[in-house]
Structures are given as C-alpha cells and as structure tokens.
Design a protein around this ligand. Structure first.
Ligand code: ZN
Length: 207
C-alpha cells in the first residue's frame, strides 16, 4: 500500500467525511489528497466553498454535449462546430473531449471532430452501441468529409476501436488515415519499448 492510499485516522465529522469520500472519487486522488483538499477548502473559508459550489452548479446546469460532435458544449453546438472557418472536408475521430483538447493544443489540425465517448471494451461493457457511431455514420453519409482521421489512443482497446470505425467508414470516405505513432522527441532508440518502436517503424512515411 503506498502513502497516498494509506488509511488515515477518521476525523469523526460526518460532513467532512462525506466531502472526503466524494473527493476520493476523482481520478488519481487518494484519501490523503482528498483530506488535504477538504481541509484546504475549510481553511479558505465560506466564500471559497461557495464559489466552488456555484462553479459546480454551473457545470451541472450549463454544460452538456454538442448535438453534432458530442464534444462538451454550453448550448447546442460546441465552440468548434460553431466555427464555420474550419475545414469541413476533414473529420477527426477521438475517444474523449480531452483528446480533442490535446489535438487542439498541438495547433496543426483545422478540421472538425467527432467524439466517440469512449472506446471498445467488451469486457468492460463498452460495445459499439455505447459509442457515438450512429451520428458519425450520418455525418459521413452527408458527404462533406473527404478525409477521416482516426485518432483513438494507441492502446489495445483504442486500436480495436480504430479498426471498427475504419471498417464502418471505408465505403463512405475517400481517404482514411490513422495518427502515426512514434518516437517521442528527444527519445533514443535503445530506450524505447518494443511496441512504440514497432509503431514508429510501421507508421513510417516517405520524405
Ligand atoms: Zn461540436
């Protein structure tokens, strides 16, 4: 058991305990970190707690899914679908909104996105019906997309998802591409794990 998950003495205040239990549900947050967060809030005072409350309430009330691409949105369309100056011939499929943000940060892609809402994981209860594939197919059938870029993660499930999407999309788009994986910048061959090196070699391009 590592330090973050070590049991700590219960403080005996039900409200504090309840808050700690809720903070523990966040990814990467163990009990100790959750206690630290709750005690930090209590030290900051009522105003700080109420500010957080209002922000959470706004999240619950205002943030939903874009009706076109399933990205997070306040209103019908997300900020990307709302921007008509992007290239409508390019569509990039990602697993989650966080992946979309990562690609946006890279600053190279100027098309639109489709957020699947997860990846295939039959054992974990994620089948094709759980992913946003019907809306993807409908978008492809509308004929605007000439290139579909599949940007699922380089994991076993991400690869399976990519293959599934590729099979569905192949008759509907002219060009089907997959993100190239490869060596991290500054990395050295001898330190790469085999699957990264394999992907780098398999995804090699002409230059
Ligand atoms: Zn959208």
């Amino acid at each position: 058991m590592n330090g973050a998950d070590a049991p700590t003495v219960a403080v005996g205040l039900p409200s504090v305990e309840r808050a700690v239990a809720l903070f523990c549900r966040f990814p990467g947050i163990g009990r100790k970190s959750a206690q630290r967060m709750v005690h930090h809030l209590l030290r900051q005072g009522k105003e700080e707690v109420e500010q957080l409350l209002r922000a959470l309430q706004d999240l619950a009330d205002r943030v939903g899914q874009c009706v076109v691409c399933h990205n997070l949105a306040e209103g019908e369309l997300c900020w990307i679908c709302n921007n008509d100056r992007r290239d409508a011939s390019l569509l990039c499929v990602v697993e989650e909104s966080m992946d979309l943000l990562a690609i946006e940060r890279a600053g190279l892609f100027n098309g639109y996105y489709h957020v699947l809402g997860g990846r295939l994981n039959p054992l974990g209860g994620m089948g094709p019906e759980q992913l946003n594939l019907t809306t993807l197919e409908a978008r492809l059938r509308s004929g605007q997309t000439t290139e579909l870029i599949i940007a699922t993660n380089p994991t076993v499930e991400g690869e399976a998802t990519a293959h599934y999407v590729a099979q569905m999309a192949a008759p509907l788009v002219a060009r089907l591409t997959r993100l190239a994986y490869g060596m991290p910048m500054g990395g050295e061959l001898e330190y790469l794990d085999e699957s990264t090196l394999y992907q780098a070699l398999a995804g090699r391009r002409v230059f």
